[in-house]
Design a protein around this ligand. Structure first.
Ligand code: DGL
Length: 293
């Protein structure tokens, strides 16, 4: 891989992975990025393992064909169910979001003073006797895979996973600050906290949920149960930095003229409109690609 300006493929089932790209752009502004949103086949989160693996591998192969030298699977569902399939299918490093998110939760649990958001570089599990309980919100497929529970248990943390299938469609609809979304969040969080009353940390295990963070905070305040919220996007970007041998929190990749190329498998207009909210800046020039069914 060229040390100064690697080409990084970023893959998600849709727009949500743009939150990971946003974090990457902040830490690695000098890299080139090729982003694929598999919007025609979204949502992945309600589909079977076999289907998710097939979609994810074909998306990953497409990015490799476009020149990706390292692949970031920004989709939690694709990471949870198909990371190994993708790693077997591609001759390049493949980084998912589950382990970085779990490591970030582990580091947060080691902070005496819980901060609003804690982002850390993955490290070796520490041999402490932490009893931190982590509540993971994710899609149904991610929860059924128990990938987060395995990753968190390995680090000595207890986990409780809660499927929140209504949240992705609400975000896709742009209902980020909407009374219906507030109500749905209150119901999910009430159920989750009844099931996991000791939870101290909330891990957002889906690409779409960081956009709901203000609404999640409002709901937690209303329920009088504040939690440290972990968003794996920044932790994943830190993992990429570490993989490239760059120091944490600061990028030495300052090469000018980094390029971002965007592909979507469904409507370009919708991708540009919704994607801008996820990326945090206006998004144009999206190209269409047909990856089949
Ligand atoms: N990208 C998916 C995830 O992070 C959410 C959307 C979907 O279900 O495809 O789990």
């Amino acid at each position: 891989m060229p040390p100064t300006q690697p080409t990084i493929g970023v893959f998600d089932s849709g727009f949500g992975g743009l939150t990971v790209l946003r974090a990457l752009l902040q830490l690695l502004p000098g890299a080139n990025y090729i982003y694929l949103g598999d919007t025609a086949r979204l949502p992945y989160g309600s589909k079977s393992h076999e289907t998710i693996a097939r979609y994810a591998v074909s998306s990953a192969k497409f990015l490799r064909e476009q020149g990706a030298e390292l692949l970031v699977v920004a989709c939690n569902t694709a990471t949870a169910l198909a990371l190994k399939d993708i790693q077997h299918a591609l001759p390049i490093p493949v980084i998912g979001v589950v382990e970085p998110g779990a490591h970030a939760a582990h580091s947060a649990s080691n902070h005496d003073q819980a901060r609003d958001k804690v982002v850390v570089i993955p490290s070796e599990p520490q041999s402490n006797s932490s009893t931190n309980h982590v509540l993971v919100l994710a899609t149904a497929a991610t929860v059924q895979s128990h990938a987060y529970t395995r990753a968190l248990n390995t680090l000595g943390l207890d986990a409780h996973e809660k499927a929140c299938p209504l949240l992705v469609p609400l975000v896709e609809e742009g209902w980020i600050n909407h009374p219906v979304t507030d109500e749905v969040l209150k119901i999910y969080l009430t159920e989750a906290l009844n099931e996991a009353p000791k939870a101290q940390t909330l891990l957002l295990g889906c690409t779409h949920y960081p956009l709901l963070e203000p609404a999640i905070r409002r709901a937690l305040t209303a329920l009088n149960h504040p939690l440290t919220i972990i968003d794996s996007a920044e932790a994943t970007a830190q993992t990429v930095l570490t993989h490239l041998g760059l120091p944490a929190h600061s990028s030495k990749l300052k090469a000018p003229g980094s390029q971002c190329t965007f592909y979507a498998t469904d409507s370009i207009e919708k991708f540009e409109r919704l994607g801008s909210a996820f990326l945090g800046q206006s998004l144009t020039g999206v190209r269409h690609v047909d990856l089949g069914g």
